[in-house]
Design a protein around this ligand. Structure first.
Ligand code: FEO
Length: 398
C-alpha cells in the first residue's frame, strides 16, 4: 500500500500489459491501473475494488496489509467490472457477513444484477450525503454518466481529497502514482484520449457537473481517480481541462482521414491538404486502415474540420472507414466541420455516405461530397485543392 494522504492509501493494481480495454474497443498503449483506496480512520473504509481477473492478487494484498477482518465498510463509486468486479470475491473472503456497501441507487441495482446474490447490505447514498468515519467525513457526490448511471465521487472531508473514480482518470500505468512524478506529455496524451474516447459523448453533463462541483466550494488538494495517476500537484488543472474539453473543444486545425485501394483517394486527400494549407490551415493526414482507431477518435476530438475519404467498394465505404464513421456518430461531437470525398469506378456512393453520416453525427457539412472517377488527373487534383480551400474558408468563418 502507498500512503497518498494522511491515512489514505492506494491499494490498487497496475496493469502494465493491458493493450485493449472495453473488450477490444479501446487501445491502451501504456497499460492502465485499477485504483482502489483504503482509508484507515476510526473506521477502515475500502473505496472501490479492481477488475476481477486481479481479484485474488487484490484481496491477498488487503489480507496481508490490512487484515480483512479490519475492513468496516466498502464504498463502490462505480459498479463497472474494472472497479466493482472483485466485490463478490472479496465478500466471500471476509470473515463476517453484512458489511455495509455504500453506493448510489443505480449502483445497488447494477451490483445486484452483476453478482446475482441477495446477501449484500447496501447503504444507498445521494449527492450531499455524509458519513463520519472518525477524523474524516465521507461526502458523496453523484456523477451520473461519468461514466455510467451509477457513478459517484467520494470526497474525503478533512483530507480535501476527491476519490473521483473514472472522472479525471487515464489508462496509464505510470512510473509513479503522482502527476508531479510522471512525464506530463504522456499524462496529458492519455488523459485527453480517455476523455475523447470514453467521456466525450457526455460532455454537456460533464459541463454541468463541473459547474455543480465548483459551486459546492469543496477545498480540493488531491484528485485520486480510479485509473492512472493521482492529481497531487495543482489538482484543479484537470477539472479546468475537463471544463474546456466539455465546451465543443477543438484546436483549430483540420484532419484528413483517407482509406484507399489503389492510391487515388490518397492522392485526393493530399491535394485537399494542399488547398487547406494554401489558406493557412494546419492539417494532419491519417490512413484509416493503418491508424489505431482510438487514436483517430482523439484526433477527431482535437480537430475543427474532419475530412474523410474512402473509395467505393460494393456500393459503400471501405471497412475501416465504416467502423470509424460509426464510432464518430456515437461520440456526438459538436462544433466541427465535416466533408466527404473519394474515388470510384462506376457507382461512387462512398463520399456521399461519408458526407451524410457526418451530417447526421452533428457535423456542419457545407461542401457537397467530392467524387472522382478512377485516378484523378491534373484538373481533378486542382478540384481537390479548391475543395480544401473552400473548407478552409468555412473553418475561418465558424
Ligand atoms: Fe473504469 Fe466506467 O469504468
Amino acid at each position: 500500500m502507498i500512503e497518498i494522504k494522511k491515512n489514505i492509501f492506494w491499494t490498487g493494481i497496475k496493469d502494465w500489459e493491458m493493450r485493449h480495454f472495453h473488450g477490444h474497443e479501446l487501445s491502451t498503449h501504456r497499460g492502465t491501473s485499477y485504483n482502489s483506496y483504503l482509508i484507515k480512520d476510526e473506521k477502515t473504509v475500502l473505496v472501490d475494488t479492481v477488475w476481477d481477473p486481479f481479484r485474488e492478487e487484490f484481496v491477498s494484498k488487503l489480507e496481508r496489509d490490512v487484515g480483512l477482518e479490519n475492513i468496516d465498510m466498502i464504498v463502490i463509486n462505480h459498479a463497472e467490472p474494472d472497479h466493482g468486479g472483485s466485490l463478490g470475491y472479496l465478500l466471500d473472503r471476509l470473515p463476517s457477513r453484512g458489511i455495509p456497501i455504500y453506493c448510489t441507487k443505480n449502483g445497488a441495482e447494477i451490483i445486484k444484477k452483476h453478482f446475482n446474490r441477495d446477501d449484500m447490505n447496501f447503504k444507498v447514498v445521494k449527492t450531499g450525503d455524509t458519513v463520519n468515519i472518525g477524523e474524516y467525513d465521507l461526502v458523496f457526490v453523484e456523477m451520473q454518466m461519468l461514466h455510467w448511471p451509477d457513478s459517484m465521487l467520494t470526497y474525503v472531508k478533512g483530507a480535501a481529497t476527491a476519490l473521483s473514480n473514472d472522472a479525471f482518470g487515464q489508462h496509464y500505468a505510470g512510473i509513479s502514482l503522482f502527476n508531479d512524478e510522471v512525464d506530463n506529455c504522456e499524462l496529458y496524451e492519455e488523459a485527453m484520449k480517455y476523455y475523447a474516447n470514453i467521456l466525450a459523448p457526455f460532455s454537456p453533463l460533464i459541463k454541468k457537473k463541473i459547474e455543480q462541483i465548483r459551486e459546492m466550494n469543496l477545498p480540493i488538494e488531491m484528485i485520486a481517480p480510479s485509473h492512472g495517476v493521482i492529481w497531487r500537484k495543482d489538482p484543479m488543472q484537470i477539472i479546468d481541462k475537463y471544463y474546456e474539453w466539455s465546451l465543443d473543444y477543438n484546436e483549430g486545425h483540420a484532419i484528413i482521414i483517407f482509406d484507399t485501394m489503389y492510391n487515388s483517394t490518397r492522392e485526393m486527400g493530399k491535394a485537399i491538404a494542399e488547398g487547406l494549407e494554401t489558406r493557412g490551415i494546419k492539417v494532419k493526414l491519417f490512413n484509416a486502415a493503418n491508424t489505431d482507431q482510438s487514436d483517430l477518435i482523439t484526433e477527431v476530438f482535437k480537430a475543427k474540420a474532419v475530412i474523410i475519404g474512402s473509395c467505393t467498394v460494393n456500393n459503400t465505404v471501405l471497412r475501416p472507414t465504416a467502423g470509424l464513421l460509426e464510432e464518430i456518430r456515437g461520440h456526438k461531437f459538436k462544433g466541427k466541420i465535416g466533408a466527404g470525398f473519394g474515388s470510384y469506378g462506376w457507382s461512387g456512393e462512398a463520399s456521399k455516405i461519408i458526407s451524410t453520416t457526418l451530417e447526421k453525427a452533428g457535423f456542419k457539412v457545407a461542401q457537397p461530397p467530392l467524387s472522382l472517377k478512377y485516378r484523378p488527373d491534373e484538373n481533378e487534383l486542382a478540384q481537390c485543392r479548391a475543395f480544401g480551400e473552400k473548407i478552409a474558408l468555412e473553418m475561418s468563418a465558424l
